[in-house]
Every structure is written in C-alpha cells, then in structure tokens.
Design a protein around this ligand. Structure first.
Ligand code: NAD
Length: 488
C-alpha cells in the first residue's frame, strides 16, 4: 500500500516520482521540493511546493469536514485511530526504511520511531472515549457549574525533520481524538513519511478533509496566511525555539491558541553514588538516539569528581566503537546528519570548545565523502562558557564537565534558557528525586536514558515550550473548556 505513495518504486530506488499535496482527501499534483538522501547527498524524490492559495484550499477542506467530524461519536473516532495504529504497525518496516532514507537515522532508531509514533494513535484511540467533564455546586449554593470540553476547531500542525512520523502522530492523534480537523505541514527535508502516513490514515477511515498535508518552501508565508484565517483556532508547533518565538508573535495577531514543543539543552547528571555501568548505558541512549538529533538529547554531561575519569574513559570506549554508515544499511548504529549545514555547525562547536581548552578523546572531524557524516565524539574539560554548553549540539558529540557538589551541579544544569529534559543518575532514589525537584525542566529521567512515552506529558518549561503532548492532558491542548452556569 505505501508503495503506492511513491508510484510503485521500491524505496531503495535512487529517485522517487513527484508526490502531490494531500487536500480534502485528494492528491493535488505538484513538484518543486527535492528530498535528499543525507547518506549520499542524492535526490530521493520530489514533492509539491504549496502556495498560499493551496494553504487556503486546505483550510476550506478542513472547514468542510469539521462539522461532521466533530459530531462523530468518540467511539467512532477511537476506532479510526485504532485502525491507523494497526496499519502503521502492519507497515512498520516500510515506514522505517522510508524514514531512514529521507532522515538518515539508523534503522533501529527508525523502527523505534515507527513503534513510538503508532503508539500515539493507540493511546489517543483510548483517550478519545475518556474526555473529562466537571459538575460542581457553586460555592454560593444558588446554582451549578457544569464544564464541558469542546474541540477547538481547525488546527495547523507544524513538525520538524528529526522525528518525521512521531511528531506528526503526537499531534494528529490528540487533535482527531478531540474532534478537530487539521492541516499538517511537515518539514520539507522529510515529507515522504508524512504523506505515507496520510495514505494509511485514509485507509484507516479518516474522512476526506479531516487530515490535510502540505509541503512548502515558504513556511513563513504559508503559515501566516493560515494564521490570519479566522477559521484556524489552534497552532501546534514542534521545532526550534527561534521559529517558535516568531510563530507566537504571528499567532498573537489573531489570538490563536498555541502549543509549542521547542528546543532543549538537556543536562545529564551523574553523582558519585551512581552505578557507573548503568550511567554509561543511559548516557549512550540519551546521547545517541537518532545520532544526537533529538530535542531530549543529553547536551551537557555533568559528572561528579569521584566518577569523572572512569565515566570519560567508559563513554569514549563505547562511542569509539559505534558503526557509522548509511542509516538504511543493516548494522549501522549512527547515520548521517540531516544536512551539510548541520555538520558544519557541529564542527564549529567542537573546534571552538577545543580551542578553549576542551580535551578531545575520540572523533572530532567530519568524515569524508558525499554524505553528511560526523563521527561519535567525546570531549571533556569543556569550559562552562563555551558555545557548546549553551547551544543545542544536535549531533553525536558528548561534552563532559566535572563538578564537586550537588549545589554546583544544580546551578550548572539550570544555567540555560532551555528546560525540556534532564537526566539524573544516583544509587539513592531520594537523592535523585531531591535533585530532580530542583531542576528547571519539564521532564526528569531518573536512572534511565529515555523519557519519551505516549502515556506521559511531554514538554518543557522556560524557552523549551508551552503546553504538553501525550499523556492524559495532551487531548486538552485541542479542546476549549466551556462552562455552563445551570439553575435547575
Ligand atoms: P525548525 O524550527 O527549523 O523547523 C520546524 C518546522 O517549522 C519545519 O516544518 C519548518 O519548515 C517550519 N518552519 C521554519 N520556519 C518557519 C516559519 N517562519 N514559519 C512557519 N514554519 C516554519 O526546526 P528543525 O530544524 O526542523 O527541528 C529541530 C528543532 O526542533 C530543534 O531545536 C529541536 O530541539 C526541536 N524539536 C523539539 C521537540 C520537542 O518536542 N520539544 C521535538 C523535536 C524537535
């Protein structure tokens, strides 16, 4: 079935044919956006380049479908989402290969992503039938307070390239469960996954117009056109903090409700009372999932003096033995970065840290060849004011810093404008929780390297975002409470 999305070509073929926009349940032909394979720097496919007129047509389609979709029973919406979960699971391998080709990530990461993405459809199939309401007695006693939750209306969803399936599912799942219709604008680096998912959604029974997908080379113009249309009531964005700020300003013009999942600069704290091997296992997951191209990626490793040298040696050994190669090749553990610009940024951050006194233990130079490869790299003795300590690295570079006291570790960890994920390793749970309570972040992983779970509220504080995705509250991001004052 997915094969159809690329007109019968095998995913391994060097070039796919053009892919149209998906508006109102129909494919609108177009071209203009080349999709690259970051492992080879070759063009994989071309997708359509939407104009502002296409964006308005997709709002028309979402508006036309809205009343009927909102009126479906929660059970019907749940059944459709459940079928979408099943179809993604059934086509997991094809989707993983597609993700690997257009995003570059290693197949085990791509398979993990498909499972994680599909799980949002299953989770929101289960949550659709549990939308909460409230009934209270007014304190004055004269009447009752009844609170209902209504779908917000048309939602614009904007997603990044680093998790092309999961970020789309994490928004579409709750939006549809809530009764909203949506326009998804995936990143133009990785649009093929989004279009393949839209096909599966249609097969699962999503009615025409409920989910629309468009790709564009002019994201600002298209998004601004959509945000000024009064029918759009929700913007759910995942991407960089810089673009998030711009979108918040745009959305303010029409007072559109915003959920923002933005950048991170996660600290990873290892205390002397931690189990070293467990901390190293967790560090590899927290750093190397998606080759470091994750918003939750451990960006700063703070290791207490007693374990510091052993941690540096252990991490260097593990990082140096990872196999780098095209993500779609079996056996690859670290795929290419998304673009050559991403490689240049990492090179610059590492060179600057070394110049300021950081010690390089492994890696450190971009790999030759056409693809965008950067090797697993370990630095220690990194100065706290180096740029790498304050910038999302978004690559396979572990920067390690030494600390002596708990207070120092907490102060260093919180010294950032970001507040998405944090990691704490300690053999004493009450110690770890005490530290976790003082960390300024939306999520704290204790003695583990992975926080993401569709059943948990994902999101950040400070400039890492607004709102939460997943968990029991994720659906409410797409709903407005409506209060009825009732006198019986
Ligand atoms: P990005 O901000 O460059 O782009 C994200 C999306 O926004 C893309 O679809 C892009 O086309 C679109 N976009 C760019 N400029 C726009 C504009 N002016 N108006 C409207 N849309 C615009 O981010 P990226 O490079 O694709 O992704 C990496 C970033 O995303 C990192 O900062 C990472 O931390 C963050 N991220 C956050 C989470 C989270 O859940 N908090 C998850 C994944 C990625």
């Amino acid at each position: 079935m997915i094969r159809d999305t690329i007109h019968g070509e095998d995913y391994a073929a060097p070039a796919f044919h053009a892919q149209g926009l998906y508006i109102g349940g129909a494919w609108v032909p177009g071209s203009g956006i080349p999709v690259m394979n970051p492992a080879t720097a070759e063009v994989l496919a071309e997708v359509a380049d939407a104009t502002a007129a296409d964006a308005l047509r997709s709002i028309d389609a979402a508006a036309e479908a809205a009343a009927e979709w909102r009126a479906t029973s929660a059970r019907q919406r749940a059944e459709i989402l459940r079928r979408w979960f099943q179809l993604m699971t059934q086509h997991a391998e094809e989707l993983a290969r597609l993700i690997s080709l257009e995003n570059g990530k290693a197949l085990p990461d791509a398979r993990g992503e498909v499972a994680y993405a599909a799980e949002f459809f299953r989770w929101y199939a289960e949550e659709a039938v549990r939308i909460p309401g409230e009934f209270r007695h007014a304190p004055a006693g004269a009447y009752n307070i009844l609170v209902d939750h209504e779908p917000m209306g048309i939602a614009v969803l904007i997603t990044p390239w680093n998790f092309p399936a999961a970020m789309a599912a994490r928004k579409i799942g709750p939006a549809l469960a809530a009764g909203c219709t949506v326009i998804l604008k995936p990143a133009s680096e990785t649009p093929l996954t989004a279009y393949a998912m839209a096909r599966l959604g249609a097969e699962a029974g999503v009615p025409p117009g409920v989910v629309n997908v468009l790709t564009t080379t002019q994201p600002a113009a298209i998004t601004n056109a959509m945000l000024t249309d009064p029918r759009v009531r929700k913007l759910s964005f995942t991407g960089s903090t810089g673009v998030g700020r711009t979108l918040l300003a745009e959305a303010s013009k029409s007072v559109v409700s915003c959920s923002m999942e933005l950048g991170g600069n996660a600290p990873f704290l290892v205390f002397d009372d931690a189990d070293l091997e467990a901390a190293l296992d967790g560090a590899m997951v927290a750093k190397m999932r998606n080759a470091g191209e994750a918003c939750t990626a451990a960006n700063r490793f703070y290791v207490q003096t007693g374990l510091h040298d052993a941690f540096v040696a252990g991490l260097t050994k593990r990082m140096a033995t990872l196999r780098v190669g095209p993500g779609s090749e079996e056996g690859t553990q670290v795929g290419p970065m998304i673009t050559s610009a991403a490689v240049s940024k990492i090179e610059r951050l590492v060179a600057d840290a070394v110049k300021q006194g950081a010690r390089l233990h492994t890696g450190g130079n971009a790999l030759p060849g056409n693809g965008y490869f950067y090797p697993p790299t370990v630095l220690d003795n990194v100065p706290h004011d180096a740029e790498i300590a304050h910038t999302e690295i978004f690559g396979p570079v572990a920067a390690i810093y030494r600390f002596d006291t708990e207070a120092e570790a907490i102060r260093l960890a919180n010294n950032t404008e970001y507040g998405l994920a944090a990691y704490v390793y300690s053999g004493n749970l009450s110690h770890a929780l005490r530290v976790g309570k003082r960390l300024e972040s939306g999520m704290v992983a204790i003695n583990r390297g992975l926080v993401s779970d569709p059943a948990a509220p994902f999101g950040g504080v400070k400039q890492s975002g607004l709102g939460r995705e997943g968990g029991v509250t994720g659906i409410l991001e797409f709903m407005e409470p409506k209060y009825f004052a009732v006198d019986f």
